[in-house]
Ligand binder design. Sequence first.
Ligand SMILES: [Fe+2]
Ligand SMILES: [Fe+2]
Length: 260
Amino acid sequence: MNTKKVIMLGDVVGDPGLEALEKQLPRMIQEYDADFITVNGENAAEGFGISEAALNRMLAAGADVVTSGNHVWEKREFWPILRNEKRVLRPANYPAGAVGCGWTTIEKNGVSYLVINLQGRKMMTPIDCPFRTFDAIFNADEAQSATVVLVDFHAETTHEKEALAFYLDGRATVIAGTHTHVQTADNRILPKGSAYISDLGMTGVTDSVIGMDTGICVERSKKHVLYHMKCAQGTASAQGIVVEINVETGKAMKIERVNQ
Ligand SMILES: [Fe+2]
Ligand SMILES: [Fe+2]
């Protein structure tokens, strides 16, 4: 049986997140003998969006594709890179004309990977339908060569994440939630062979409010005043999953959480 391992990591938050990624991802790749890596980078540039320098650091650390979410457009100077760089994605179901692309196919070590970034609509902005957007991409001619299909579903609610996961079960190899920055313990293989987790967690500081400074977040929540947020400082970890895949069938065999 021809198997490969994929690592998918949750939202990288600021410099502490980038430093944790640079320290932990190369070790994880060795430890698990991983073939293909996705990293969600939407908060890599000081917590808000991606910069060219942050993207380069994530790619150098081992990411094959950098996925993202609602924060990806915050650094305007990054837009030309988002428009042209095949290895960085924005959610595919934003309306046409939003800068960037929502999916890509990459050939690595004889396997063709299709990576799709989608975003939810519950308690988020009312963009196009993630279910129908997946169907359109999955059925596109350019996507037909892919045997492994990795989906980063950037969404707030577990209801919407589980619903999409069951809709994609048997078509996507992995459906991994992002955006909440809190790793869930529901990693499992669904009935038709897709690996699933509601949220990968984050790559950022442990003693934080979703990667940001606790004092500022407490004041924002307590007073409803939008004090400027700053990244937390302190010990950081890289959270996500390792999935073992049968690349002949495109089905997942095993999904494990990582938090290092
Ligand atoms: Fe995020
Ligand atoms: Fe987000």
